[in-house]
Write a protein that binds this ligand. Structure first.
Ligand SMILES: CC(C)(COP(=O)(O)OP(=O)(O)OC[C@H]1O[C@@H](n2cnc3c(N)ncnc32)[C@H](O)[C@@H]1OP(=O)(O)O)[C@@H](O)C(=O)NCCC(=O)NCCS
Length: 179
């Protein structure tokens, strides 16, 4: 089950954001960088700010009634230097599931919901940044119609990761396909 998070869900979103980020990136980038990123970007104050923004929404995924993953989307977030890709942009800012529930179709369910929102609200372009070596996620996005539009970047602490991809997908409002 996937549902939109409300401010009451802030502790759940905080827990999911921190735990999925740690699980995914600590083995790759090390504890120091990951904990720095969490301290600087994933504290209660950051989520309070997000929940108060009309353009930010969180979705929580449940597996057997337990929260296991989340997505954060940002409406009208325009990718710098990629303005030519569309006119009305929706960014998938985060899409993370706990490891033990991956590859069970939950990510696909979240993507279907985001696609549906984008279609209903007449966004024409979905986009996201992904690490160029995150083959699992790239395969997942490609299978759902995203393609690499160019290079992107991601910053953790002082380190700028420039081996990121910007992936995008054009949405045709009159032509909604279940994915
Ligand atoms: C990427 C992610 C959101 C996909 O969600 P999911 O629920 O695992 O994926 P689904 O079960 O809906 O879809 C499975 C597809 O995703 C890919 N995939 C998912 N898990 C995979 C795994 N462990 N190994 C290889 N491919 C995998 C495959 O393309 C697979 O294709 P299939 O439909 O032919 O089986 C999820 O795996 C995840 O949270 N990964 C870790 C965090 C991350 O990297 N997020 C993206 C940051 S940009």
């Amino acid at each position: 089950m996937i549902r939109l998070a409300t401010t009451k869900d802030l502790p759940i979103v905080l827990y999911l954001a921190q735990s999925t980020f740690r699980e995914k990136w600590t083995p790759i980038d090390g504890e120091v960088l990951v904990e720095r990123y969490i301290l600087d970007n994933m504290q209660i104050s950051h989520f309070e700010q997000d929940f108060s923004s009309p353009n930010v929404s969180f979705f929580i995924a449940f597996h057997e009634s337990t929260p296991v993953g989340y997505a954060k989307i940002i409406k009208h977030s325009i990718p710098q230097n990629y303005e030519h890709l569309g006119t009305k942009f929706l960014k998938i800012d985060k899409l993370y599931l706990l490891e033990n529930v991956q590859a069970k179709g939950i990510g696909s369910e979240i993507m279907t919901l985001i696609h549906q929102i984008a279609t209903e609200e007449l966004f024409d372009t979905l986009w996201l940044g992904v690490w160029g070596q995150n083959t699992q996620a790239i395969a997942f996005y490609e299978k759902r119609g995203f393609s690499k539009a160019g290079n992107w970047f991601f910053q953790m602490g002082d380190k700028v990761f420039d081996d990121e991809w910007l992936m995008s997908k054009a949405i045709s409002s009159g032509n909604y396909i279940q994915i």
